[in-house]
Design a protein around this ligand. Structure first.
Ligand code: OOG
Ligand code: NI
Length: 460
């Protein structure tokens, strides 16, 4: 019997991420400029920081850097979200984390689809922040009804991609040929549609309720709204964005600059105004702003204790600022952030001993191993450690990104509570808790170090 050869989900994800990037470059040429800029900055940073270069090489993260990016889409119904869960599963991507954006008066909640195994993350960490519109947060009942109606009339997946998803679920994989077809069909869901499905008046009404509602409801599909490359030095990249005619947000989201980066720092440039054609007899021309550019720098994943400290220091700085960070107070905010975060240890040894961050442990020099417990092995130089990269998102940062791209007139009060169960019911699955994943990855790395050293000891 001939075993069927399936393409590895990691390989399908890599193909898709590349194809999506190429499509988005066509759609938004500025994204191409951003990729070039980030590649340059990364090369400069690696040349200037040999220790960082060495760390990336030894952890195997150097290769992933050039292909690393995240995207974001927004959908309107449970059916759409479930379809996406099945689509992303073909590429080895699972829903991780719950993000409540209602904290920033954005009527969505979200999860991120991403690979979860260490080897898969190393191969290609492509992730997609996926938001679901919370229709129940639309105040006007008539408008809510209209939005439901519009969403029920659209199908965001091609028949071809649905058939291939079914095949993947039945057979347990896709052949090379099917995988190639899958990538082409799946792209259609993420494509920009220049013609809206609603009239100018309908668009206005949706937009007036919330700009995001118009973005989700008024089009045939959930166009990818940004693709974000990973930079090794966001401050440098931000400075260079300005000199190349891209206007970034006034404030970088997340922690302040540090020797040892933690979590995630992000900056974006404003959404583009794009020409659209509205439905209705006259095919009225108009415009819509949704898509934007973003870059990010990733640092160490934090333990719950580290995350709690991060949250406390961030809100300390924000409270001291007394207003939302903006162009007018950017300098003051940077200063307050720096002051607050002086309470957050900034060397990997302290981050580890205080259990603030998660680490990957590896055998450095087996010949030096004498003891059997981890701390002794580290002291002896037999075992080394590297921070685990934060693979997820930050709700406060995401809120800031949403806000800045929705226009500064959006009210920033919380509108309601998050509702993880509701998202999970829509998704048709539980979301994976990201903390569990980091703790597991750390524990696995320790176990494999000890295993490797025992093998060494017995064979010597
Ligand atoms: C998603 C915003 C969140 C991030 O990087 O935090 C996000 C959206 O605007 O749809 O992408
Ligand atoms: Ni983003």
């Amino acid at each position: 019997m001939d075993p069927v050869r399936f393409m590895h989900p990691d390989a399908i994800r890599a193909l898709f991420s590349t194809a999506l990037s190429a499509m988005y470059k066509q759609e938004v040429p500025l994204y191409g400029d951003l990729l070039d800029l980030v590649a340059e900055v990364n090369a400069q940073t690696l040349a200037a920081q040999p220790a960082l270069a060495e760390r990336l090489r030894s952890s195997g993260d150097e290769q992933r850097l050039s292909v690393e990016r995240h995207g974001a889409i927004r959908v309107g119904t449970a059916e759409e979200l479930q379809g996406l869960r099945r689509l992303f599963a073909v590429m080895g991507m699972s829903p991780v984390g719950y993000y409540d954006l209602s904290i920033a008066a954005v009527p969505v909640h979200a999860t991120a689809f991403r690979p979860i195994e260490a080897a898969s993350l190393r191969a290609n960490p492509f992730r997609v922040f996926t938001s679901l519109l919370r229709l129940e947060l639309i105040e006007d009942p008539q408008l809510r009804e209209q939005a439901c109606q519009l969403l029920s009339e659209r199908t965001i997946f091609t028949p071809g991609v649905m058939a291939l998803i079914d095949r993947h679920e039945c057979d347990g994989g896709l052949t090379d040929t099917d995988a190639q077809a899958f990538v082409q069909e799946a792209l259609e869901t993420f494509r920009w549609h220049q013609s809206a499905t609603v009239s100018t008046q309908q668009y206005r009404a949706l937009h007036d309720q919330h700009r995001l509602i118009a973005d989700v409801v008024a089009f045939r599909g959930p166009h990818i709204n940004h693709l974000t490359p990973r930079t090794l030095d966001i401050d440098r990249a931000q400075a260079q964005m300005r000199s190349r005619g891209m206007t970034p947000k006034a404030v970088i989201e997340g922690p302040p600059p540090r020797q040892c980066p933690i979590l995630l720092r992000q900056t974006s440039f404003k959404a583009l105004q794009e020409a659209v054609t509205f439905a209705g007899g006259d095919g009225a021309p108009g415009h819509h702003t949704a898509r934007f550019g973003e870059i990010e720098q990733r640092g160490a994943a934090l333990t719950p204790a580290g995350k709690a400290l991060y949250d406390r220091l961030l809100s300390q700085a924000r409270q001291a600022l007394g207003a939302a960070p903006s162009a007018d107070n950017a300098e003051q905010y940077a200063h307050l952030l720096k002051t607050a975060f002086s309470a957050f240890p900034d060397d990997y040894a302290s981050l580890r001993t205080h259990k603030l961050a998660y680490f990957n442990y590896f055998v450095r020099d087996a010949a030096k191993a004498r003891g059997t417990d981890l701390e002794t092995l580290i002291e002896q130089g037999a075992v080394g450690f590297e921070p685990l990269v934060y693979e997820d998102f930050l709700p406060v940062s995401a809120a800031g990104i949403f806000q800045s791209n929705l226009g500064d007139n959006t009210k920033a009060d919380a509108m309601t509570q998050g509702n993880q169960q509701q998202l999970e019911a829509a998704l048709g699955a539980r979301v994976i808790d990201e903390t569990t994943l980091y703790a597991q990855a750390q524990a696995q790395s320790i176990a494999s170090c000890l295993r490797a050293l025992e093998i060494q000891a017995t064979s010597a």
